[in-house]
Design a binder for this molecule. Structure first.
Ligand SMILES: *[C@@H]1O[C@H](CO)[C@@H](O)[C@H](O)[C@H]1NC(C)=O
Length: 388
């Protein structure tokens, strides 16, 4: 990946009296900027740390307008409770998790947030789910179960709210590999506390999806089960009862090894019955997603077939939360075959997300940032054939 300074001034807040622009922050604990919005937008409470300028007319009382804004999303969700069927095609949106060697790191130098302009253009194309990584060490800087950083949460929430207010689903992804400051997380109570705080911030947004953690690996298998269950319990106890929860498994949540490695995760329970098993699958020789070569033109299907059988045998549903292939014809055939398999088996597969988008990928082999990302220019039209 390559780093550069974001455009200066793009997000600068004006004088305290100035009106906030579209989608900008306009309130929240510690907020000292403007609290009113430009014409056509109004300041809507999101959580204690964040209020945002959302579309709405100033002549409408704030509370009514807020309800008007969220009502359609809730209606859509309410009429769509069944988890089966092909629902989602989307992209991972990197940035907030970058600079893992610099903690907490400096905004604009070590890490960045997804661009709402880019999210908007991808949603116009038909992508309807975005997985947005962040780092637990930045969100909860005092330890796994510690208080959140209001500033980092507020910045992160901008992209999340933009996605969900425009009809998409946003996957909130602690991109931590089951670790905090490099050490495997073993304190399931603290892990639960982390998710209680996270779920409290997003519990009123039915289009948020909680991801328990990115790619557990080299961990005790029962610990992976217990961490996932602690997250589920805490999310529900916090009152976030309508949202899907994406659980992940050991061995980097790989689909190709899932049935062997993660069979014990079938024991996970959710009182709301909205668990979706999130697996990742790359098509290079070691499955790590670090090469632009694919093993064969049929490797996409071959690598997920056992996971399809596992989901069906255990009456579970799944999603591919990361996949990609290099910009070459062998990979394109393999990727197309993978997506065809998933969609054909949509009694157990709900969708797929490409890794990855985000403003700082530069010429990364799988980069999906429009207009010129390597993966975007080569794969956009292929992926769009699999819109829900
Ligand atoms: C949040 O974003 C603002 C710019 O909008 C930036 O000045 C600030 O440093 C960011 N803080 C964090 C913790 O991301």
């Amino acid at each position: 990946m390559r780093f550069y300074q974001p455009l200066a001034g793009a997000l600068l807040i004006g004088a305290a009296q100035a009106q906030q622009g579209a989608w900008a922050q306009c309130g929240g604990q510690g907020w000292t900027g403007g609290k009113t919005c430009v014409s056509g937008y109004q300041c809507v409470y999101s959580n204690d740390w964040y209020s945002q300028c959302l579309p709405g007319t100033a002549s409408t009382p704030t509370t009514t307008a807020a309800q008007t804004t969220t009502a359609p999303a809730q209606t859509t969700t309410a009429t769509n409770p069944s988890a089966t069927g092909w629902k989602w095609l989307g992209v991972d949106e990197s940035g907030a998790e970058f600079g893992q060697g610099s903690l907490p790191g400096v905004y604009g130098k070590d890490f960045i947030f997804a661009s709402t302009d880019v999210l908007g253009s991808l949603m116009k194309e038909g992508y309807n789910i975005f997985r947005v990584p962040f780092l637990m060490e930045r969100m909860a800087p005092g330890g796994v179960g510690s208080a959140f950083s209001a500033a980092y949460l507020a910045n992160y929430t901008v992209a999340i709210n933009y996605i969900t207010q425009n009809g998409g689903y946003a996957v909130v992804d602690p991109h931590n590999f089951g670790r905090y400051n490099g050490a495997i997380i073993t304190d399931t109570n603290a892990f639960g506390t982390f998710f209680k705080t996270l779920a409290t911030a997003f519990k009123s947004n039915a289009k948020v999806i909680f991801d328990t953690n990115n790619e557990y690996h080299d961990m005790d298998q029962t610990l992976v089960l217990n961490l996932n269950q602690a997250a589920i319990n805490a999310i529900r106890a916090a009152g976030a009862t309508s949202q899907y929860i994406f659980v992940e498994g050991n061995s980097y949540s790989g689909a190709w090894t899932w049935a062997n490695v993660n069979d014990n995760l079938k024991a996970l329970t959710d009182p709301q019955n909205k668990i979706i098993y999130q697996m990742h699958q790359y098509l290079d020789s070691d499955g790590s997603g670090t090469s632009d070569a694919c093993v064969s033109s049929t490797i996409g299907v071959e690598r997920v077939t056992s996971a399809t059988a596992w989901l069906r045998a255990n009456k579970k549903i799944g999603i591919i939360g990361e996949f990609a292939g290099g910009a070459n014809s062998q990979c394109k055939t393999a990727v197309t075959g993978l997506l065809q398999h998933l969609k054909t088996n949509s009694d157990v597969w709900t969708g797929a997300m490409w890794w990855g988008g985000g403003p700082w990928w530069g010429n990364y082999i799988y980069g999906f940032e429009p207009p010129s990302g390597t993966g975007y220019t080569y794969y956009d039209s292929t992926l769009l054939q699999f819109r829900p």
